[in-house]
Design a binder for this molecule. Structure first.
Ligand SMILES: Cc1cc2nc3c(=O)[nH]c(=O)nc-3n(C[C@H](O)[C@H](O)[C@H](O)COP(=O)(O)O)c2cc1C
Length: 337
């Protein structure tokens, strides 16, 4: 099944976000209506060099192996998250091909994505992530070998270019040719980082190109989408229809953004206080079940984002940064008026 094929409405995708889009948050967003969720970026090199993987063919079951390894734990997901896409980053075609095949066969997600957009210094400094925007030949070689190594859909998450918005007009057709089933395009360049507004014009131009190309490649736009309504508006420009829209930061504290039912309500009312409190507790419970107290420490940033949604809960932020257990979350939620 091609998870990227748009049907009656544009796909709403939870964009991959390191430190945020873990299993619990993905499940919550799927529950509200995200059509596809993505893991944060995971190192293809780490998978390739993981000697423990060899143990799988001897004694260990896959579940046991995953529990032993931090990188593999990042790929763990529940059935409720499907369709889920695992995002890999790297720069060596052969390591990428190995990692993608191993993940497809053992972790069994619904798709693999290649990261070509991460601007973090650590990632770009070692020629990974957005650095691939500077080397189209290598980027396409990676897409080609990964395409050959897996049967499930393959997507690429890219930016408009390294420094100019027009680079994508040259790059996208090459990615299509190399075998990408979907392109998720963030409407900024590497140079922009997260500054300046996202620009969508060239995302629509890419869509126009791929409609006419021999291979059908889904085009998903991304950048600064703040509501369900806005996502639907962004998905169509004149007679051009994107296959989907990916939402990142505006899902923090507001997974209801994916809900069609709640779309017409302003953000605060979209989860009226009682309902939103229940979401916070459900989210924290999933985190606790999957990662125990360590997960609750990671949940602090989600809790801070949720608190922004409650009028008058500002003073609780000081407590939110200190939570260490599920009962700490319960205690804060009780204090919300
Ligand atoms: C905290 C954070 C972590 C991110 N991590 C990733 C990542 O792991 N992989 C990736 O492709 N993009 C990553 N991104 C980029 C987002 O997927 C998305 O492209 C970007 O935030 C723009 O979309 P938005 O305006 O809806 O947030 C990250 C963004 C943020 C804010």
């Amino acid at each position: 099944m091609n998870i990227w094929a748009r049907e009656d409405k544009p796909l709403l995708v939870l964009a991959p976000m390191a430190g945020y889009t873990d299993s619990a948050f993905r499940e919550i967003c799927r529950g509200f209506g995200a059509d596809i969720v993505m893991t944060e970026l995971i190192s293809a090199d780490a998978i390739y060099h993981n000697n423990k993987l060899k143990a799988i063919s001897s004694k260990l079951k896959i579940e046991e192996l995953i529990n032993l390894d931090k990188t593999l734990q990042m790929m763990k997901f529940s059935k409720k998250e499907r369709p889920i896409v695992v995002q890999l980053f790297g720069k060596y075609p052969e390591k990428f091909a190995f990692a993608a095949k191993w993940v497809a066969e053992n972790i069994k997600p619904d798709g693999i994505d290649i990261n070509m957009g991460c601007p973090a210094r650590k990632v770009v400094g070692s020629d990974h992530g957005a650095a691939l925007l500077k080397n189209h030949a290598l980027a396409c070689e990676i897409v080609k070998v990964v395409r050959e190594s897996i049967k499930i859909p393959l997507s690429v998450k890219s930016r408009l270019g390294w420094e100019s918005d027009d680079e994508i007009l040259d790059f996208a057709p090459k990615l299509v040719e190399a075998g990408a089933d979907a392109l998720i395009i963030h409407g900024r360049t590497y140079r922009d980082g997260f500054r300046n507004g996202a620009r969508w014009e060239n995302i629509y131009k890419v869509r126009r190109y791929t409609v006419n190309s021999k291979r059908y490649t889904a085009i998903v736009g991304n950048g600064d989408v703040g509501s369900y309504q806005e996502a639907m508006e962004r998905a169509e420009a004149g007679n051009i229809k994107l296959d989907g829209v990916a939402i990142g930061r505006k899902s923090f504290g507001n997974p209801m953004i994916f809900s069609e039912k709640l779309k017409a309500l302003p953000r605060r009312q979209a989860g009226n206080s009682q309902q939103l409190k229940a979401v916070v507790l459900r989210h924290a419970k999933l985190v606790y079940e999957r990662k125990s107290d360590h997960g609750i420490i990671e949940f602090r940033k989600h809790l801070l984002a949720y608190l922004k949604e409650f009028a008058g809960a500002k003073e609780l932020r000081g407590k939110a940064v200190l939570i260490e257990s599920f009962s700490d979350v319960e205690s804060i939620v009780k204090q919300i008026k």
